[in-house]
Design a protein around this ligand. Sequence first.
Ligand code: NDP
Length: 485
Amino acid sequence: MDPILNFIDGHFVAPIEGAYLDNYCPRDGLVMGKIPDSSAADIDAAVAAAKRAFPKWKKLTRSERSDFLYRIADLIEAKIDLFAETESRDQGKPIHLARSVDIPRVIDNFRFFAGAVLHQQEKAFQSSELVLNYTRRDPMGVAGLISPWNLPLYLLTWKIAPALATGNTVVAKPSELTSMTAALLATVMVEAGLPPGVCNLVFGRGQTAGDALVGHRDVPLISFTGGTETAAAIGRRAAPLYKKMSLELGGKNPAVIFADCDLDVAVNTTLRSSFTNQGEICLCTSRLLIEDSIFEKFTGLLVDKVKALKVGDPRKADSFMGPLVSREHRDKVAGFVERAKAQGLKVLCGGESLKLSGELDGGYYYAPTILSAPDTSAEIMQQEVFGPVVTVTPFKNYEDAIAKANSTRYGLATTVWTQNLNTAHAAAADIDAGLVWINTWMLRDLRTPFGGVKDSGVGREGGDYSLEFYTEEKNICLQLAPAKA
Ligand code: NDP
């Protein structure tokens, strides 16, 4: 099988040092291809191409840039099955999930920002009769974009689309674990006639290619989605270079389930919020905090449903969960669970790796797992697992619920389950989180601010927040002369 190639200056090129990494298929554990193990030299070439393309790209009108984005969206839509199959093969998620969530959202990302940029507004301040201040929002140059492996193309295009729409050029480094749909995107960009150098994709490892991108002098802006520890390394590298940064990081998201909730809806949605995409979504709930009086009932219903979830071949329509993304990640998840067991937490279901039969026996499957955690002190209540593992913990009253919800270093998202509007409103204010869902989960409006508090991130993306992040605001003060008599 031909290796994936970098996409630089409109061409598919081999990595300069000629090194490649094996790309493993999570469903069977077999090598299915190679991706470039790019070096700083590849990043230099990509940044130089993006820098050359910038002056012309930024001078296009918004509607000209918008047309390119609409064209890219249409071309992806025409190949949605290919994109969905490829994403599933590379990441492990069920094809039906990639077909119904990931790739439609990729298309939406391009269409949304193609439209949004046409509505972006600048400001004017009439200071006095003869003094007018107005602002411009200018693109910043070469945007450095680094994305993770859990929602590969969905999160990559959440960055690429607004960066391009606002007139920046791009150098992106997807996760080394999931490069395949990004490589397909490059072919679509060629088909769409995107000018060479406007969007460049460099594949490889974070420690080498990612680090070179973050440290590059000609990249004034870094948008990163990934782990909290990686972000600290990126911050240490980028801050002395005064780069603009957006950091979308990890979470340990609570579901706060009050006794007056609609039990059926709460159980069914919590099932989804815990185990969709094998629990590998930054927004997945991982700590279920349940009011004492319904703890046994809620937990019993959930455990029964989890035991019935099908973990299997991601190509099959009835597989709710596929394999985890990699052997290392599966082993990391298993390690968390083993240590939790050793600390005395009780396994209510799952708690082990799964070996499927036949051609899938080398795949990285893990059973959906519920652990009972009486308090918040265990490692698994504090650290992000990022897999199909949740804990259930009872709470006594509102204050206890909020204290438990806020007992980690993270603050990305929460769900609150109650029929009482006053409780919902108070909890939404009191829980440390950038996103609060009340009686629902993962309902997204792309105009809304997206991001975390505490160690879950810095900055907001989405709608105007993205358009602002990818531009620099300049104020112009104009002194007018009085009209001649
Ligand atoms: P990582 O932090 O390991 O990696 C993210 C990206 O950063 C990858 O492309 C990685 O490359 C790259 N990278 C690693 N080290 C460096 C470095 N020193 N300099 C520059 N780039 C680097 O995260 P994962 O890919 O494991 O993704 C899972 C994490 O992402 C979880 O913590 C999850 O919560 C978080 N996430 C947050 C979201 C949010 O919106 N808040 C959404 C989705 C996920 P490489 O492939 O080599 O590791």
